[in-house]
Design a protein around this ligand. Sequence first.
Ligand code: PRT
Ligand code: ZN
Length: 283
Amino acid sequence: MLKIAVQKSGRLYEDSVKLLKECGIELNNGNKQLKTTSCNFPLEVFFLRDDDIPQYVFDGVADVGIVGENVLLEKQKDITLVRKLGFSKCRLSIAVPKSFEYNSVQDLNNLKIATTYSNILQGFLTRNNSNAEIHEISGSVEIAPGIGLADAICDLVSSGSTLFTNGLKEVETILYSEAVLAANKNLSAGKQTILDKLLFRINAVKAAKNNKYIMLNAPNSQLKNIFTLLPGMKSPTVVPLAEEGWSSVQSVVNENEFWEVIEKLKQFEAEGIIVLPIEKMIV
Ligand code: PRT
Ligand code: ZN
């Protein structure tokens, strides 16, 4: 049985549980309980505060955990980042009042910076030879300059609207963060096998999300050109059409290159292009 810690409620909760579900792992209870067991995968799920997850994984109370990379780095526990998960993306940034004339990191010298991320911030200040002072607080960091508690802040930003409504502007980005799967360094062979199975499923789910299935018709004279655009997983599937000289091509295309590839396909006389989502993809 592998024990996984996920956030009890908050920004990570929904996507963490959704990922397990997409991996085909059914959970017996909701998050009302402290823990639950899957009925179809050897997994026990602990619902915890995100800040506590690195410690629990380090202690071995949980074997693995889903947590923001920002929390993982701040807590400085000796655990392994196994895989980035691609959700709950944000950045850890330094922000100053809008009226502050900011040109470079040197402008932070002698300032007092409020944050809940003092370890990560200290690392940044040391790397940049800054003597700024860190004022550690436990929440509502964005109001610190407004009430005279600090000159600047270091906090998580996603849309930027919290900074905007508090009259602040982002001047340095220290870290880009997303949810990650982290693991205890001393997993037994049995637990490692279950983790590998879980990772295999996560990879299939993520690969599917990053790719689309594409079907199109093209004249045989253009097939070679089209294959250069659609290499597929091994190579594209080609089926002759009833109309002489034409084929149907089926392949996968990466989400990021999607529109560019479509434009070029049209130049190679592709028609009847159909694009479908992929549910799972084992590469
Ligand atoms: O109760 P518990 O301790 O478990 O939860 P929490 O309140 O400490 O954490 P939670 O649920 O707020 O965030 C969990 C994780 O989500 C963080 O550790 C990050 O990895 C990630 N995440 C992604 C964020 C944000 N985006 C985010 N925008 N965490 C916090 N924020 C806050 C930020 O602190 C600021 O107050 O949202 C505000 C800024 O948002 P914008 O959109 O206005 O820029
Ligand atoms: Zn927290």
